[in-house]
Design a binder for this molecule. Structure first.
Ligand code: MLT
Length: 323
């Protein structure tokens, strides 16, 4: 009798739609790929490695960095947009791949807002005007005079059309009304190597890439394009102090997942990223490199979505060729 009653109970329960809770989905159950759209050793790569090395501890799975280069980061970003949205392929995008590229690539194969789920802002990265050690101008005022007088002869290194280094110097060049030669690299890691070797004249690069070289005395830093000096470079004047207040530029690097990645996975990744940004060792490394660590209100996926929207709106009129 007991068996039948138990069976009846089970049937009744199933008829009432009671379903035992499925085994809670666990994520991640295997290693995660983090695509970095530029060459190893550049600012996006360095920030990605610092943050994901901590995230991997929290998530209990390794996070493998895959550097995919080309077309100012849009090659990698297109690949990430098309990746399976299962949480196992992510990308570190930035002001270039997820904002400036929209006006610069009319046939861009992705849209930053439609094809990605924002996960978390990782670091703000002030821009500096940097030059090879033996570039003749000794300060920003002399730099402005020199590049205006020699604009056909000087060259500016960058990481491809639409990259932060390209777009930041485009802004500088529009202010100075010059059109120097651009020298593209697969990232500002290799571009910095060329600058240190004296093979290119100057670059507008993110602070993360500049601090080690400035401290080593291998390059010149004319100014930082933010209203305040950066604690990691107390002796580098702001562009305003150096006589070019109109040149203000700060980039950012952030984590994205393909559109349709589940909210639970996004929440898990966002929590791990926030935990990394609150870790003393991670904070110390990012701050030493001049990063601006996002404040709590700026760490949510919603805040990142708003940033992407506002940055596209900001850069489109600046970069879109006058129609
Ligand atoms: C890099 O990591 O190489 C830079 O973020 C490229 C760039 O200038 O956008």
């Amino acid at each position: 009798m007991t068996f039948i009653r138990a069976l009846a109970g089970a049937c009744l329960a199933s008829l009432c739609g009671f379903v035992a809770p499925a085994k809670a989905q666990t994520y991640p159950t295997r290693s995660i790929t983090m695509i970095v759209p530029f060459a190893a050793g550049g600012p996006t790569d360095v920030i990605s490695r610092i943050v994901t090395s901590h995230m991997a501890q929290t998530l209990g799975q390794s996070i493998i960095i895959e550097n995919v280069v080309g077309a100012g980061g849009t090659t990698a970003t297109t690949r990430a947009a098309r990746a399976t949205n299962d949480g196992y392929t992510l990308i570190t995008g930035h002001m270039g791949t997820h904002a400036a590229s929209v006006p610069l690539y009319p046939k861009l194969a992705y849209h930053p807002e439609k094809d990605f789920e924002p996960v978390a802002l990782l670091a703000g990265t002030p821009i500096l005007i940097l030059a090879r050690k033996d570039f003749p101008p000794k300060d920003l005022k002399e730099f402005v005079t020199y590049v205006k007088a020699n604009s056909e002869k000087v060259n500016a290194a960058h990481a491809g059309i639409g990259s932060v280094s390209h777009v930041s110097c485009e802004l500088l060049h529009s202010i100075l009304d010059i059109k120097p030669v651009g020298v593209p690299f697969n990232g500002t890691g290799p571009a910095m190597n060329a600058l240190v070797a004296g093979q290119v004249d100057y670059i507008c690069d993110q602070i993360v890439n500049a601090v080690p070289q400035i401290n080593a005395g291998t390059i010149k830093a004319y100014a930082i394009a933010t209203p305040e000096r950066n604690p990691s470079l107390p002796n580098v004047p702001t562009t305003a102090e150096a006589g070019l207040p109109g040149f203000q530029a700060q980039a950012w690097n952030a984590m994205f997942a393909p559109k349709g990645t589940s909210p639970a996975i996004i929440a898990s990744l966002n929590a791990a990223a926030i935990k990394a940004l609150d870790d003393e060792t991670v904070k110390k490394r990012l701050l030493e490199l001049g990063s601006v660590i996002p404040v709590p209100k700026d760490r949510t996926p919603e805040a990142l979505a708003a940033l992407v929207k506002s940055e596209i709106a900001k850069w489109t009129p600046v970069l879109k060729p006058a129609s």
